[in-house]
Design a protein around this ligand. Structure first.
Ligand SMILES: Cc1ncc(C[n+]2csc(CCOP(=O)(O)OP(=O)(O)O)c2C)c(N)n1
Length: 618
């Protein structure tokens, strides 16, 4: 191996200038670089390890950026970044911040879109090809999509469009036989038979969509891939190049330490590469640390649900392909048996499926992140809320976080809190979280005044930290609350002059603000953000001069606005009408901005809230 080959690559022309026999060396060097990078910074290392040769071959054969390559989800684009002038970000620890974890046109002309959600690459490529043809241009358009992402409904819409549209369009189907966890669905049987038959078996799903098709069994052989891509370059019709690759190729058994879900990496390949744990590598610095809030509260929820399996045969936990990071461990899944379904990357389907289960008398719980639930917005409205189906939704990574722009949950309150008939709960402790889950999944709720869907925001780091303190728990846990009383506000401290309403993850801040004020303020845990507790708010309006609403989500269209609007519409005489202050996030996309910086930016700090309060009260 010739060290330094990667350092010499400043763009795709340098890949083309290498001798063919140097390409395997370049791949080996990239693989080592990925592993080192993964140890230092974490990331989607398994996906990238599997796609090393294909990415080198793509840049060897095609002429990016004139030829446009769209990476689905784009979590596997690290190698593409290395070959398009950004290798130093992976080689030099000090420069790691120069790239994002996904493609980004602001970073490079070789990146077509900012993407972090699955399944859209074929549609995007169809659009690029359509405009190309309209303008009489001749560049290639290439979509790279994984077998997991192919389960997204939108991917099928893209396939359907591609054949009808015609013209040059190359779909590289990267089949590594894994999503994050195992693939799920009826199409994976025929896909396995396609692989076993060297691409000749029928039914061939791609042919069924009217598409031309090629198969490359050696998807980690750079020469085979160069040949395959050369054959389809400048093709005059849509074609699928199905490549069989090994996820996590090169991840040594020693990396067993990264056992996200106790997946055994010590076995021989190909098992090693197909292990769920290889999807996301945790940086070494994070190893051995306690569970993050998603895993912590996810595990709590699963343990509570598991206790109900025997009594409720219809209790079904549905994960649209995101189990491990939400505390749905492999062991739990195995124990749960038919009580657990991974529907593939199918948020829309998962929610509609849940509505069907509920309609037939079952008790469905859908668990995924707030940002992925965006995909199911229409099913939230129609199949679930309009039809008042008792579906429970566990929304992870809700609210502000330092996540990248594609995964932020900062929009959830504005998005979910304005759907009629959807109860939205924001627990402030593990105790309340489980109490709310118990109410949401209680089969008896069907016959009650609140039979419809309930979304529960899984608490964040601020609540997890506060939850560790016995004083906080003694003050905030809602002992003895059941049923629809979860919709009532909980005054955790009684004071006068000022009432601080700390929604969900903001309750710890509300308490800290109250501690810092020179008088006793009222502190309220509103528990929910779909509606208001009018009785409690009326009482507060009658006895306080200032109401402060804190939320860790977009302020526009958010929950504080509901409070302000309610108060304004009470039309109290000016002399007695309390002032309302709302604190929350600006309506904007943020990308990997640390949470404390976001809190500063939005005034969600003790100093900033205290200053605002004293400025109005003194
Ligand atoms: C809409 C949406 N749902 C869920 C996810 C989480 N997610 C990211 S990558 C991934 C699996 C992708 O599998 P595949 O396409 O086979 O790519 P691989 O990582 O195996 O290369 C999932 C479920 C997402 N990014 N977007």
């Amino acid at each position: 191996m010739h060290d330094g080959l990667l350092r010499s690559i400043t763009g795709p022309d340098d890949v083309k200038a290498l001798r063919a026999d140097q390409l395997p060396d370049l791949c080996a060097e990239i693989r080592t670089t990925l592993l080192d990078y993964g140890h230092r910074h974490g990331g989607h290392i398994g996906s990238n390890l599997g796609l090393v040769e294909a990415t080198v071959a793509l840049h060897r054969v095609f002429d990016s950026p004139n030829d446009r390559i769209v990476f689905d989800v784009s979590h596997q684009s690290y190698v593409h970044k290395m070959l398009t002038g950004r290798a130093q970000a992976y080689l030099d620890p000090a420069r790691a911040g120069e790239t994002t974890g996904f493609t980004n046109p602001e970073e490079s002309e070789h990146d077509q879109f900012v993407l972090g959600h699955t399944g859209t690459s074929i549609s995007l490529a169809c659009g690029l090809a359509k405009a190309r043809d309209a303008r009489g241009e001749t560049n290639n358009v290439i979509a790279v999509i994984g077998d997991g992402s192919l389960s997204s409904g939108v991917a099928f819409e893209g396939l359907n469009n591609a054949a009808e549209q015609g013209g040059n369009l190359i779909i590289v189907f990267n089949d590594n036989e894994m999503s994050i966890a195992e693939d799920f669905g009826g199409m994976y049987g025929p896909l396995a038979r396609l692989r076993e038959s060297g691409g000749t078996a029928q039914p061939n799903i791609f042919n069924a969509f009217g598409l031309d098709y090629r198969y490359v069994e050696q998807g980690n052989d750079v020469a085979a891939l160069v040949d395959a891509f050369t054959e389809v370059k400048d093709i005059d019709h849509p074609v699928v190049v199905h490549i069989h690759t090994l996820k996590g190729l090169g991840l040594p058994a020693a990396d067993d330490r990264h056992e996200v879900d106790h997946c055994d990496l010590s076995g021989s390949e190909p098992h090693a590469g197909r292990c769920e744990a290889s999807h996301w590598q945790t940086p070494d610095a994070a190893l051995g640390k306690p569970d993050d809030p998603r895993k912590h509260y996810g595990k709590l929820a699963m343990a509570a649900l598991e206790r109900c399996f025997a009594a409720e045969p219809g209790l079904t936990i549905i994960s649209p392909a995101t189990p491990g990071s939400n505390g749905i461990t492999r062991e739990f899944r195995e124990r749960a048996g038919s009580h657990y379904v991974d529907t593939g990357i199918t948020e829309s389907h998962a929610v509609a499926f849940a509505a069907g289960i509920a309609r037939a008398g079952g008790t469905p719980v859908v668990a995924t992140t707030a940002s992925f639930f965006q995909r199911a917005y229409d099913q939230f409205f129609q199949e679930m809320a309009l039809n008042r189906q008792p579906v429970t939704l566990l929304s992870f990574l809700s609210g502000l976080s330092g996540s990248d722009s594609t995964h932020s949950g900062a929009y959830d309150i504005a998005m979910f809190g304005n759907i009629p008939g959807l109860i939205c709960l924001a627990p402030t402790s593990g105790y309340d979280f489980l109490g709310m889950l118990d109410w949401a999944t209680d089969p008896a709720r069907r016959g009650s005044a609140h039979p419809g869907p309930i979304l529960i925001r899984v608490p964040s780091e601020t609540v997890l930290a506060a939850d560790a303190q016995s004083v906080y728990r003694a003050t905030c846990e809602s002992r003895g609350i059941t049923g629809a009383d979860w919709l009532r506000w909980h005054a955790v401290r009684h004071g006068s002059e000022v009432a601080i309403l700390g929604l969900g993850n903001m309750l710890p801040l509300a308490l800290q603000v109250a501690d810092a004020l020179p008088f006793d303020a009222t502190v309220v845990d509103p528990r929910q953000f779909g509606s208001l507790d009018g009785e409690a708010l009326d009482a507060i309006m009658g006895s306080h001069r200032l109401i402060v609403a804190l939320e860790d989500g977009q302020r526009e269209g958010g929950w504080g606005e509901k409070v302000a609007t309610y108060c304004a519409n009470r039309r109290l005489p000016r002399a007695v009408a309390p002032h309302v202050l709302t604190f929350g996030a600006v309506k904007e996309f943020t990308d990997r901005v640390p949470l404390d910086e976001l809190d500063e930016r939005y005034g969600l700090t003790i100093e900033s809230v205290v200053d605002a309060v004293l400025g109005l009260i003194d």
